[in-house]
Ligand binder design. Structure first.
Ligand SMILES: Nc1ncnc2c1ncn2[C@@H]1O[C@H](COP(=O)(O)OP(=O)(O)OP(=O)(O)O)[C@@H](O)[C@H]1O
Ligand SMILES: [Mg+2]
Length: 260
């Protein structure tokens, strides 16, 4: 369904220096696969998801979606069907909320893509996402987690085939995170979810793609295999180190609090 071949992405900063953000990234994702994208801050997770959502295009290499090459040239022709099929929950939900009320927010995509029964669809989706009481409120007034739910509800309303999510649990409390995991389990669509939270990774999928801080794909395989490989974990810097005090004794060692 999705194939990246030797994808590179870079940008030129204000000093005119070229910075590489993704280096020679290749992978395939099958229909209905659930993939977790792991990497530390700045490794390129959001950039990679933006490429998968065709918000930016590879500088070199190729991106194929259902066999069609996705690039600047020719994208206009397929953009409508692509935008209907591929949904992207951005890291910051504020980027996705621009309507006057939650109801209009959810209606927006449904109208754009010509759905019928918009009223009843909004009611259904609001119920599913626990948003009934917010329907007439501006999204702007909501908490971070509530905004996240509105943004996700608006995306799921248009019944996408691929759901890209950038750190979806960052704003969510434990019960809402549990609810999100259940929702995703019930959906049975292709998902690519970025996180640097190893304890949540197994809830989002069995296959992990791991980006290093050098912006390379250093692992593509099962999560279990990855966490057992200390060298790769160190390279990905997904272990953390901090000081401990036990009475008068202080020492430092690596941690992986969240994986059992
Ligand atoms: N257009 C741009 N101009 C300047 N810097 C950029 C641009 N796009 C990305 N970057 C830089 O590229 C690097 C990778 O960014 P990206 O947002 O993809 O990382 P990330 O893995 O999603 O990080 P996080 O976990 O913090 O969300 C960062 O250092 C970021 O500052
Ligand atoms: Mg990011």
């Amino acid at each position: 369904m999705i194939e990246l071949i030797d994808v590179n992405f870079d940008y030129t900063d204000f000093k005119g220096e070229k910075k590489e953000l993704l280096k020679d990234i290749s992978f395939k994702i099958d229909e209905k696969e659930r993939v977790v994208l792991l990497g530390i801050n700045g490794s390129g997770k959001s950039t990679l998801l933006k490429i998968l959502d065709a918000l930016v295009f590879p500088k070199s290499g190729s991106y194929f979606y259902k066999g069609t090459k996705i690039g600047k040239r020719g994208f206009k022709k397929i953009s409508r069907s692509f935008r209907k099929e591929v949904a992207f929950l951005m890291q910051d939900p504020n980027m996705l909320l621009f309507n006057a009320t939650v109801k209009e927010e959810i209606e927006f995509g449904l109208r754009q893509f010509g759905f019928d029964d918009i009223e009843s669809r909004v009611v259904d989706i609001a119920k599913r996402f626990g948003l009934e009481k917010y329907l007439d409120i501006p999204p702007f007034y909501l908490s971070g987690g509530e905004k996240q739910r509105v943004a996700l509800a608006s995306l799921i309303a248009i019944e996408p085939e691929v759901l890209l999510m950038d750190e979806p649990s960052a704003n969510l409390d434990p019960p809402t995170t549990g609810w999100l995991v259940d929702l995703l389990n019930d959906m049975d669509i292709t998902t690519v979810i970025s996180t640097h939270n190893l304890s949540l990774a197994p809830e989002f999928g069995d296959r992990v793609l791991v980006l290093s801080d050098e912006h390379r794909l250093i692992f593509d395989g099962s999560l279990e295999e990855f966490v057992e490989n200390r060298e790769l974990m160190m390279e990905a810097k997904l272990l953390h180190k901090h000081r401990h005090k036990h009475g008068p004794v202080e020492h430092t060692h690596f941690h992986l609090h969240d994986w059992e």
